[in-house]
Ligand binder design. Structure first.
Ligand SMILES: NC(=O)c1ccc[n+]([C@@H]2O[C@H](COP(=O)([O-])OP(=O)(O)OC[C@H]3O[C@@H](n4cnc5c(N)ncnc54)[C@H](OP(=O)(O)O)[C@@H]3O)[C@@H](O)[C@H]2O)c1
Length: 476
């Protein structure tokens, strides 16, 4: 009987799935769960002890145990696994049933799957979920993409499991059709990469130029969290730095290998920017910083060959700012880097939105990222205001003036880092982006001349309309 059946089906009981299911069940919805490896389902059912969660050990059992039309959430590894699960599910689905991919799928895959499933009469949604394990359990930020009809129908459920913004409203929004939700999540993750990299660069400077120990640096971050940088990432940075090692003496951070891993979304956001011709150097450098970190052995070898130590010795302790000045330098530089990372991310979103006809509401994203997700930050309050008044964020005068006022600090910090051979890819690229954007005469005129010289690519002139080509061999 249908009323004894579960409200929804859920596939994928790894860390995100287990927590999300608990969240859904705690809001009074009944969930039938399935995981490819049955032992995980069994163990989960034994530990959660909720009458709203029931196990299924095959996909047909799962489909038989949920109400019709079927609403099934997928939280499996992004990529081929999603296609495999969809293929296995299809024989059990009928017109009007719906699949919601809650994982970090590539938006192009989501577009393809939407197309394929819509043709079969199945509703499909790509839903961006941010907040990691804790967010999944207590309330993530949810970027819903795909079928609007499905959104309206499941809105109450999804609203109940999401976090809250600064005003107490649910951190859920309908982003747009097909891949829009996953695209927004991808950009969110790109911004997250940049913020984390900028934070690690501030730590790097405090550690290697100012020779502070982890607890001193943690105190700096705890202090920064009291001001305009107040955010989840700054807050947990203080916790990570303060953590003592339980295997040996000292701080855990000093024992962690400096090789950072990455999954798909960081590189996808950069690929998307390259494809649609949007400058995204800040977010992309954060991805490259992780790739570069993997070359540990080469870095060790080249450090011995280089004159880096001499450079450090020569510049050591020369005219270094006191703690109060340092606090301002770091605060301003992080703020500029954070704001510019959002600006670049939003610029990319605006471009993608226009190309795909998505009609993404950027202001809504600044609202739903205020709670539940990894990039939640006080500055989103300001950004929300700015996105409401001007589509091209960097052209917002108030925002621009605020960033402009903090640029001298970033410039000073970048110079200091350069003189100590300290690479700060995100901070230095923030400065590079800003300096490029405020320069009305870039040297790209020469590039155009060179292109026309060897490839007859033509160029435009500054003093008249039209397309021109020059015979460069002719010395007159
Ligand atoms: N971890 C995070 O903080 C986070 C945050 C936001 C979003 N996400 C996204 O959420 C999704 C789930 O993430 P996760 O970290 O919980 O798990 P995950 O490691 O990405 O994926 C593991 C899950 O996928 C299942 N799976 C893998 N290949 C499969 C296949 N061919 N057929 C059926 N099931 C298959 C696994 O089943 P078995 O147990 O049988 O192997 C397991 O349930 C991913 O898309 C991830 O990118 C993760």
């Amino acid at each position: 009987m249908d009323n004894q059946k579960a409200d929804i089906g859920f596939i994928g009981l790894a860390v995100m799935g287990q927590n999300l299911v608990q969240n859904i069940a705690s809001k009074g919805f009944s969930v039938a769960v399935y995981n490819r490896t049955a032992a995980i389902t069994r163990e989960y059912i034994e530990t959660v002890d909720s009458e709203n969660i029931s196990p299924a050990y095959s996909l047909s059992d799962l489909c038989n145990s949920i109400k019709s039309p079927k609403r099934i959430m997928l939280m499996v590894k992004a990529g081929e696994a999603v296609d495999e699960v969809i293929d296995q599910l299809l024989p059990n689905l009928h017109k009007g049933d719906a699949l919601l991919d809650m994982g970090n799928s590539n938006y192009k895959d989501t577009q393809r799957r939407t197309h394929q499933l819509t043709e079969k009469g199945i509703l499909y949604s790509g839903v961006g979920v941010s907040g990691g394990e804790e967010g999944a359990l207590n309330g993530p930020s949810i970027m819903f993409g795909g079928s609007k009809e499905l959104f309206t129908e499941v809105e109450a459920l999804i609203k109940s499991i999401s976090a809250m913004d600064f005003q107490g409203a649910a951190t859920l929004t309908y982003v747009g059709p097909d891949g829009a939700g996953h695209y927004a999540k991808m950009v969110h993750n790109g911004i997250e990469y940049a913020m984390m990299q900028a934070i690690s660069e501030a730590y790097f400077l405090l550690r290697d130029v100012f020779h502070k120990d982890p607890s001193e640096i943690a105190a700096v971050f705890a202090n920064l969290n009291e001001g305009p940088l107040n955010s989840y990432l700054i807050q947990i940075t203080a916790d990570v730095l303060n953590k003592r090692d339980d295997l040996t003496e000292g701080f855990l951070i000093d024992k962690i290998l400096d090789v950072a891993e990455q999954k798909g979304t960081g590189s996808w956001v950069s690929i998307s920017a390259l494809e649609n011709g949007t400058a995204l150097n800040i977010l992309t450098e954060a991805v490259f910083a992780r790739s570069l970190s993997a070359d540990k052995q080469t870095r060790i070898k080249l450090a011995e060959l280089s004159t880096k130590n001499e450079l450090e010795k020569n510049s050591r302790d020369k005219n270094l700012p006191d703690d109060k000045q340092l606090h301002k330098l770091v605060e301003d530089s992080l703020l500029v880097s954070f704001y510019l990372a959002f600006i670049q991310g939003f610029h990319l979103l605006a471009k993608a939105e226009a190309e795909n006809n998505w009609q993404i509401n950027l202001s809504e994203l600044t609202r739903i990222w205020q709670g539940g997700c990894i990039i939640r930050a006080e500055l989103l309050k300001d950004l929300k205001r700015y996105t409401e008044t001007k589509a091209v964020l960097i052209e917002n005068e108030e925002l621009f003036k605020m960033i402009n006022g903090k640029i001298p600090s970033l410039r000073e910090l970048a110079l200091m880092a350069t003189s100590h051979a300290l690479p700060l890819p995100v901070m230095q690229n923030s400065l590079l982006y800003f300096d490029s954007m405020i320069n009305p005469n870039l040297p790209t005129n020469l590039i155009q001349g060179l292109r026309d010289y060897f490839g007859a690519h033509t160029y435009k002139r500054t003093d008249r309309e039209g397309i021109f080509h020059t015979n460069w061999d002719d010395q007159n």
